[in-house]
Design a binder for this molecule. Sequence first.
Ligand code: AMP
Ligand code: GLY
Length: 428
Amino acid sequence: MKLLLIGGGGREHALAWKLRRDDPSLEIVAAPGNPGIATLARCVPVAATDVVALLDLARTEDVDVVLVGPEAPLAAGIVDIFRAAGVPIFGPTRRAAEIETSKRFAKDLMLRAGVPTARAEHFTDAAAAKDAVRRFGAPVVIKASGLAAGKGVIVARSTNEADTAVDLMLRDGAFGAAGDELLVEEFMTGEELSLFVITDGHTMLPMLPAQDHKRLLEGDTGPNTGGMGAYAPVSIGSRGVIDDVCSRIIEPTLTALREHGRPFTGLLYAGLMLTADGPKVVEFNCRFGDPETEAILPLMRSSLLDLVLRVASGDRLDGAAPIQWESRHAVTTVVAAAGYPDAPVAGTALHLPVPPVDVHVFHAGTKLGNDHALIAAGGRVLAITAVADSLEQAASQSREYAHSVELEGKQLRDDIGWRDLRRNARTP
Ligand code: AMP
Ligand code: GLY
């Protein structure tokens, strides 16, 4: 069995690790992969966005199935193109992926389907958007409608700040075409939760709930990043909450997508806010999240490969057993380069001590330098996942290993999992 894995970050390293664990004889070709993935797969220097070259690669390698990590190839219609060519691929079509790639589409769909989410209006005109800011009142959220690499959301504390955000998007084009249209959105308060659901478009198989730490600094302060860490499971994501999210959020969303002629298959990622009025959608993504995937997969007992194969080949999942999990805890600490997120320093030497058992070192932005030594090659360099019987233990092992990584100017957060750690400390 041969699988083509598209992408080259920490998420894809965790995916490759899990798939090989499910079937040690699985052959993985990764495009482009990274030095960590290269220990599990054959890496081929084809960019994750070069859909034409990827199809060529899939054909030359005669792969049985394709798994897509990042959103960009999904937004470019890789699933439509591979399906038309008869290559089984896991992921949504371009039109179904609009649940992530067009915040306006996602919002309209949710509002029409009665899916709980923040109230919002969309604008291309700055004056009209600023009027709406006044109607909504501060704090208020300004979102670029298109894909902006996780940076297109500005939570404005004051109407002035909101006006600045509106100008940045509509007047200055700071987010390119992604910001040609924006949403003015009601600010929600509550705790955030990420829930991934594997789906054939009808049946939902929820994964373990995780919590992401998007801000650079401890206590969830500082600038937004791609994610500085994650942990799973999360105590507030109880069975009851997950069932509620599936029935009031995921199921009506999948139904609405089908009714729009855009059935969604693959992995649907619900970014949720647990508000006083119940769970509401912050955003949907059409792919595995990063770094949540690095925390979730080491706890997954069921075969991911089996589900990927079934969904990619168009089988229905009805009758599939719920996904089984280890009753342990995983904490992922991201090690980022100096200067991240604004201007990450690349090329710094990287030394990795031998990790203890139950510590996984997932490579995110690494590459081999001219002398074949490992160097940093991205903002987020590593994702360190520790698995342990308690969250406290997992957090301290993940943190300890992350500190032992030699990378000049490295940045990491010492408080991954703090919300549940604090809850645990309060419970006698
Ligand atoms: P997104 O890229 O849509 O996940 O947004 C990034 C972050 O902005 C989210 O993780 C939230 O912390 C915050 N955010 C987005 N929308 C809202 C909202 N309506 N109310 C409060 N916070 C929000
Ligand atoms: N963890 C956030 C994302 O993958 O978009």
